[in-house]
Design a protein around this ligand. Structure first.
Ligand SMILES: [Zn+2]
Length: 329
């Protein structure tokens, strides 16, 4: 018996060790190898729904893949997808690497998924989020030879983020994760490995390629499917896999994540009303400690991922500033 969450267009086998299903189109001319992932988090069904429509378009000839290759994985975490939950046993988009001895669902998927990531040159990973807010894209660091995330495709990656059709792009994820790990150490909370911050896009960069994470909107908002669908089409045009005019860049705000506010004790809460991408003036209250002390913005900036459910050691929100990085047309 196949199964799927309500309102989801793709079915997966009802087995905890179901195989991953991919659909690949090979253009007859050379070009880049693109991988499009959906449902890395099982309850984010805009990805499978958008990808199912694109696959139909490709099969029907409404979209003709002429160059390169595109591989679609509509459901990257089948166990979580069947459960309509974010995770199967743990977050697939953290601590991702090839484990010789997998012990849980995400280890088993991660091992196959890493092999698939290595076969491709570009990744578009389609997600959605819980709260309100505008769709946005996550992209990676500037070119560098550092230890954390050495990289050499910054311009191509930012151009990909800019083509998707969403107004906001954010970078600085892994640097903020290092800050989170340090804060947890100061609080004597269980240690996190630095690899904890590594998900699909970080693995792509590690493997010498590049990729972006697209956050299409609220999980249950039908508009998030449209955002995902348009972004995949735009990516196919941008990379030249289909014959279509490359989309005009829609990016009007690039944010560099610079701070993380960590929940230090029960009762630390994010201030009401914030959503990702909101402008935060210097001195504005972002969160309050259990004793009522305000945590304020250190300068003019933006709030990212406010969480009302943060437990001690988890981020209450992230903070970022206007980034000087711009996509070149
Ligand atoms: Zn997600």
């Amino acid at each position: 018996m196949p199964s799927q969450p309500a309102n989801a267009a793709w079915t997966v086998p009802a087995d905890d060790e179901a195989p991953l299903e991919s659909v690949r189109f090979h253009g007859l001319k050379s070009g880049p190898k693109l991988l499009v992932l959906g449902a890395v988090h099982g309850n984010e069904t805009c990805g499978p729904n958008a990808i199912a429509r694109i696959i139909d378009d490709c099969r029907a000839g409404r979209l003709l893949i002429r160059r390169g290759e595109v591989t679609f994985v509509p459901v990257t975490n089948p166990k979580a997808y069947r459960q309509n939950s974010r995770e199967g046993d743990r977050n697939l988009n953290r601590d991702m690497y090839e484990r010789p001895q997998p012990i849980d669902n995400e280890d088993r998927i991660g091992r196959r998924l890493c092999a698939l990531l290595r076969e491709h040159e570009v990744l578009l990973d389609v997600h959605s989020f819980r709260g309100e807010g505008e769709p946005f894209a996550f992209f990676g660091p500037e070119n560098n030879n550092g230890n954390l995330e050495p990289f050499r495709h910054d311009a191509a990656e930012l151009a990909l983020a800019a083509c998707l059709g969403v107004p906001v792009a954010i970078h600085g994820w892994l640097d903020n994760y290092v800050k989170l790990i340090a804060a947890r150490e100061r609080l004597n909370l269980p240690r996190l490995a630095v690899t904890e911050g590594y998900g699909t896009t970080e693995f792509m960069r590690f493997a010498g390629a590049y990729g972006v994470t697209l956050e299409c909107g609220r999980h249950d908002d039908p508009a998030s499917i449209e955002v995902g669908y348009a972004a995949i089409r735009n990516t196919l045009a941008h990379l030249g896999l289909i014959d279509a005019r490359p989309p005009p860049g829609a990016l009007d705000c690039v944010i560099h994540m610079t701070e993380v506010v960590i929940c230090e004790a029960e009762g630390d809460v994010v201030e009401d009303g914030w959503k990702t991408g909101d402008i935060v003036p210097v001195g504005a209250v972002m969160a309050r400690r259990a004793d009522g002390t305000a945590v304020t913005a250190p300068c003019d900036g933006y709030i990212i991922f406010p969480s009302k459910t943060a437990r001690p050691g988890e981020p209450i929100c992230h903070f970022g500033v206007a980034s000087p990085r711009k996509s070149r047309p």
